[in-house]
Design a protein around this ligand. Structure first.
Ligand code: FCB
Length: 469
């Protein structure tokens, strides 16, 4: 095959998040976040794992940036730990924390790698949760102040500012099903959190526009691709309801100017949405240079008849409480295999469909895949290597799915593999490995898996269909 499938301008990167890799949880003035509290609470994470040490990236960042450079990546998506740069979440900033990210950004620029900084990848300062967390409006205002501090410090050295990572998880897993920090199970609070995250996004977006006018602005959403079990009207309505909760509760205010009326109606028994004030949706609608999309698997639903056994197989962890606020009559069905080690189904065609939907609904809106990847039970072979052919296959298929969407007109400008390194996978602790680089947690040694070698070749050639090592 000759020629490139992806143009030279297509951005290849990898992504990480602060709490998942940094460690150094109590160093240099960092304060506690909700994930410190949650992971240190017995029974919350697998094996009681915490991010105290993680991949020790706080001390090994230079070596990790060298790996990024050796992979030939054009961009690196990392997140800034709010409690490291502004412990307590209000007032004074911690210079040592700001200096860490300043060095990181300079280190990327020296290596010719674009810094893509996420302001919030789930590590809310514990003090702000103690004051009510995302269900209260004040948290959005605190986020605006935090954004001003980090944008003033790092400014346009950061190529792209991403306000939030997957606010769906922050709101619904954090406050409804409780499988993420802070582990609350209060449906009305989850919807208030949805709104205050949307507001926080808009407030922080305006800060970026004012303080770093040449930087690009984005947000990252984990948009769900939801399919019905049958062609019945009831199943179609189940899809509509889950689409409202999962996707349009964020796309509505951020890109469409308002919350969708059906979302408000569907959840009227949970809340009256009186926390939405005049003008909030306008703030949330700050124009985006790029919409970040995280995609791993798809969702299959049916209308629940009220008496047959429920599956509740939505892939977001076992909890007696549903993240799907106000949608108790929707059931989530197990999907046919193959699955990854997360139990998530592998469905690249759904990614093509999602990108085309966004292209149709928001024409002209540039898109980026800000996360995609897979956990598998990696084995270190006798030759010392990790022959992770299933991960290579997963990546190859999803990247081909993006090429398909591009051919059909979707303006997808980049791809970030999740993840650069094995890391702390939230409630699953260190039990799930997503890295293209293996981390030995005893020695902190980094080893390129076959997927890393494969990815480097792809980045070089722009061809997703080269054979694996
Ligand atoms: C996403 C998160 C990321 C990682 C992957 C597997 O939901 O943004 O931190 O945990 O899933």
């Amino acid at each position: 095959m000759t020629g490139r499938v992806f143009p030279e301008s297509f951005v290849w990167g990898s992504a990480t998040a602060a709490y998942q890799i940094e460690g150094a949880a109590r160093e240099d003035g960092r304060g506690p976040s909700i994930w410190d509290t949650y992971s240190h609470t017995p029974g919350r994470t697998r094996n009681g794992d915490t991010g105290d040490v993680a991949a020790d990236h706080y001390h090994r960042w230079q070596q990790d940036l060298d790996h990024i450079a050796e992979l030939g990546l054009g961009a690196y998506r990392f997140s800034i730990s709010w409690p490291r740069v502004q412990p307590g979440g209000a007032g004074r900033f911690n210079q040592a924390g700001l200096d860490f990210y300043s060095r990181l950004v300079d280190g990327l620029l020296e290596r010719g790698v674009r810094p893509v900084a996420t302001m919030y990848h789930w590590d809310l300062p514990q003090e702000l949760e103690d004051a009510g967390g995302w269900p209260v409006r004040e948290t959005a205002l605190r986020f605006e102040e935090y954004a001003a501090g980090i944008v003033a410090a790092l400014g346009d050295r950061v190529h792209t500012w991403t306000t939030l990572n997957e606010p769906w998880c922050s709101a619904y897993l954090g406050y409804a099903s409780g499988v993420h920090a802070p582990g609350r199970t209060e449906p009305a609070a989850a919807l208030a959190a949805v709104h205050h995250l949307n507001l926080a996004h808009g407030l922080a977006g305006r800060v970026v526009r004012e303080l770093a006018p040449t930087a690009e602005l984005s947000v990252t959403l984990n948009l769900h691709v939801i399919r019905p079990e049958s062609a019945s009207a009831a199943d179609a309505d189940a899809v509509r309801r889950i689409d409202a909760l999962a996707n349009r509760s964020f796309l509505g205010p951020m890109l469409g100017g308002a919350y969708p009326a059906d979302l408000l109606a569907d959840t009227a028994g949970v809340t009256d949405w009186s926390f939405v004030r005049d003008g909030d949706e306008k703030v949330a609608g700050v124009p985006l240079d790029v919409l970040g999309v995280n995609y791993y698997s798809s969702t299959l639903v049916r209308a629940w008849d009220g008496h047959s056994a429920r599956s509740d197989a939505d892939g977001h962890g076992a909890s007696a409480h549903s993240p799907w606020v106000g949608a108790d009559d929707v059931d989530f069905l197990p999907q046919p295999g193959p699955h990854t080690a997360m139990g998530w189904n592998i469905d690249p065609a759904a990614l093509t469909g999602l990108l085309l939907r966004l292209h149709q609904e928001y024409p002209g809106q540039p898109l980026m895949i800000t996360e995609n990847g897979a956990a598998f039970d990696d084995v270190v072979s006798a030759d010392g290597r990790v022959h992770d052919e299933r991960r290579v296959d997963y990546l190859r298929r999803h990247i081909a799915a993006i090429a398909d969407a591009r051919e059909q007109g979707a303006d997808v400008r980049g791809y970030f593999v999740w993840s650069l390194l094995d890391n702390f996978e939230w409630g699953y602790g260190y039990d799930r490995r997503f890295g293209i680089i293996r981390v030995d947690y005893d020695t902190q040694e980094r080893t390129w898996k076959d997927s890393a070698h494969w990815y480097r070749r792809l980045v070089e050639t722009g061809l997703p269909d080269q054979p694996a090592d």
